[in-house]
Design a protein around this ligand. Sequence first.
Ligand code: 13P
Length: 254
Amino acid sequence: MRKPFIVANWKMHKTVQESVDFVKAIKDHLPDPDKVEVGIAGQAFALYSMHEAAAKSGLRIIAQNAAPQLSGPFTGEISMRGLSQAGVSHVMLGHIERRRLFNETNEAVHQKVETAIMTGLTPIICTDETMVQREMNGEIHYVLKQLQSVLHGVSLDQIRDIIISYEPSWAVGVGQRANTALAEEGCRQIRRMIADIYTYEIADKIRILYGGSVNPKNIQEIMSKPDIDGVLIGRASLDVDNFLAMVNYQQQTK
Ligand code: 13P
């Protein structure tokens, strides 16, 4: 059984104080961590304070990005070793906004995956595609190419704990809508790719998250899909009540 993982991606929102207040407001209302895992990807400067505020709640503290190098003269970059010691458990790598706005390449994401594994952080590897790419190919070859380059050299043992996300550009951000059927289809194809690159057993165990316009109204339907093991939530995760409604989606009446 793959444990559901509900992740807030706050992007460039919230100060330290706002982040800590949010964690304090939700931490006693989270679902049983044995049944549903919950995490927040806050801004780097707030992560340690969020970790302290989360205390023993089981809330995962997640970084949105980090440098591929372990340490050294890289002004302005964030080290994974430092993140790991600040209570961070996971790091998102290759989010669509990093790729499109900051020219992050598959090669860069690949190096970051290796560094994350080395420093004990669990990578959440993000894949994306545009509608044009999807329509041109019928299948998601673009995502396959991303995964093949990014996972190059990642061993059978290492892939087990890695998390993958599928965040198509036609569903991410303002003015977009989630299409549950396409979301499931994308995650299903990624699982098939993992079976091709690794084994069926790995593909069956690995968690694949969907991201793009998830909200309290559609989360239950999205999470009911067999190949979607969790979600990455942007806008709708910024509000305490909305976030609590989503992490407790299993309690929503049908
Ligand atoms: P939205 O939920 O705002 O569409 O953002 C999705 C996303 O980018 C999550 O990583």
